[in-house]
Design a protein around this ligand. Structure first.
Ligand code: MV4
Length: 499
């Protein structure tokens, strides 16, 4: 067993910082790699050493696996943590890290390969009698056979790409007549996006909930589940709000899903932190969808309710330690919610709104955690994901967590870019969200931009603008008339932007 002494973090932004914090607590040195766009970034400042690896576009920096491995060797790092995104689910990279004599902080390349292929994942899960959505056992090769199968399953069906994920290469088919054309579209999309045209058919679950289970395994074959995260509030396959535990999952259902998730992990000899995704129908029947072989964006809600530092566990497992807890040691305490704060304009179809954070004041106080990678005055680069921060609220129960989150959203002051904070607040006060019983259609069904109230700051600005307007346009004899402050519009010129 070789203790890790220095970790190269092959990532940027909040997750790079998140990883370095746990490393620091463990007395492990850190190396940051960064692109030319991230010279001033917080992960660069925080690391013990930092090295520029290339131009801003990801394929010239954060995706350059060979260069990153070379850098780790040169600086004497003994392990690489890939974070999420970028190289995190690249089996080839994981293998090369290992071959270079370094530790990959994540599962084996073999686990990544199996779970990266949806058909292989379903096949592995099937051997353990995990519930799967009814569908074809393998890739479609014969169109008539596939149509026959679709009729047996019953329309609507869903055609999915085996190499896909996040909704890419998915096609809903309503009836027999459109099967062939939809299938051709799915195959060509899969081929062009993933270089693998293999597709399969599943029964289409109309309004599913998306509930996932966090698992952690060690290299001795021990695997435990760290309960569920409810991730149904999403927009175009982009998660918006995540929480743990789920309001609809009973203790029995939790145990059943947890044990299924552990078996899925065991089916591919999994070690490290991973997430097993399920869809759940109206009857609360659950079906295994896929496994994500990385640390996920929303992992903090699990950390908050279990008290487990998932990054620390990843590092311990990677250096060959046994899990220090059993399933019986784990229990849920309280309730945690995470909202993702994106530099996107929810009033304008969530258009990315990159720019400089002229004002950036984080919320504080009891039950609040902010995982971010920015500070006031920094510019959000155009090259990467526009997520500014993850805001996490924790309370003794769901109600308290929601109240804390709404208070924190009100405290969060971001000027310079539009953010998804007002949209998150809209969700948090919605009766359907408050009921706890919502599905992946929530945003589609209930959100429209008019639902957003102007923020306090915007309201103030509008009142001032209206007053000034009145004063300028009216002659002095009319000034004694009451001023109408009941303004709705938000004309673009009123926004304080520094771009
Ligand atoms: C489904 C489904 C309905 N029926 N499979 C979307 C991304 C990929 N992980 C699988 N996805 C879905 N698979 C069947 N048989 C609906 C979705 C889906 C979805 C799943 C999880 C979270 C959000 C979603 C949004 C739209 C569709």
């Amino acid at each position: 067993m070789k203790k890790i002494t220095k970790i190269l973090v092959a990532n940027r932004g909040e997750i790079a910082l998140r990883i370095m914090r746990s490393a620091k607590e463990m007395g492990i040195k850190t190396v940051a790699v960064f692109s030319e766009a991230d010279r001033q970034a917080l992960h660069v400042q925080y690391a013990d050493e930092a090295i520029c690896i290339g131009a801003p576009p990801s394929n010239q920096s954060y995706l350059k696996g060979d260069l990153i491995i070379e850098t780790a060797l040169k600086l004497g790092a003994d392990a690489i943590h890939p974070g999420y995104g970028f190289l995190s689910e690249n089996a080839e990279f994981a293998k090369k890290v290992k071959e270079a004599g370094l530790i990959f902080i994540g599962p084996s390349p073999e686990s990544i390969v199996v779970m990266g292929n949806k058909l292989a994942a379903k096949e592995a899960a099937q051997k353990y009698n995990i519930p799967l959505v009814p569908g074809t056992a393998g890739a479609i090769t014969d169109i008539e056979e596939a149509k026959q199968k679709a009729s047996e399953i019953g329309y609507p069906v869903l055609i999915k790409a085996s190499a896909g994920g996040g909704g890419k290469g998915m096609r809903i088919v309503e009836d027999n007549d459109e099967f062939e054309s939809q299938m051709q579209r799915a195959v060509s999309e899969a081929q062009s996006s993933f270089g693998d045209g293999a597709v399969f058919v599943e029964k289409y679950i109309g309004s599913p909930k998306h509930i996932e289970i966090q698992v952690v395994g060690d290299t001795f074959g021990n695997v435990v589940y760290l309960f569920e995260r409810e991730c149904s509030v999403q927009r175009r396959h982009q998660k918006v709000i995540e929480e743990a535990p789920s309001a609809v999952v009973s203790p029995d259902m939790r145990k059943a899903m947890g044990e299924c998730a552990v078996m899925v992990a065991k089916s591919c000899n999994y070690f490290g932190a991973g997430t097993v995704e399920f869809i759940v129908d109206e009857k609360l029947d659950f079906y295994f969808l896929e496994m994500n072989t990385r640390l996920q964006v929303e992992h903090p809600v699990t950390e908050q309710i279990t008290g487990i530092d998932l990054v620390k566990e990843q590092i311990k497992v990677a250096q060959g330690e046994k899990l220090s807890f059993t399933q019986e040691d784990l229990k849920i305490e309280g309730h945690a919610i995470e909202v993702r704060v994106y530099a996107e304009d929810p009033k304008n179809n969530f258009l990315p709104d990159i720019g400089t954070l002229t004002t950036y004041q984080r919320p504080q106080g009891i039950g609040i955690r902010v995982d971010d990678g920015f500070a006031e005055g920094m510019t959000i680069p155009i090259y990467y994901d526009p997520m500014i921060a993850k805001l996490i609220a924790f309370g003794k129960d769901r109600e308290e967590a929601i109240a804390r989150m709404r208070r924190a959203i009100a405290e969060y002051k971001i000027i310079g870019v539009e953010t998804t904070l007002p949209f998150c607040d809209f969700v948090l006060q919605h009766e359907v969200f408050l009921s706890g019983n919502f599905d992946t259609k929530f945003v589609e069904k209930y959100f429209s931009p008019e639902k957003l109230n102007p923020t306090e700051i915007e309201t103030e600005r509008m009142i001032v603008a209206t007053l000034i307007g009145k004063l300028l346009s009216e002659n002095t004899s009319q000034i004694t008339q009451p001023v109408d402050t009941s303004v709705q519009p938000k004309k673009s010129g009123w926004k304080n932007r520094s771009r």
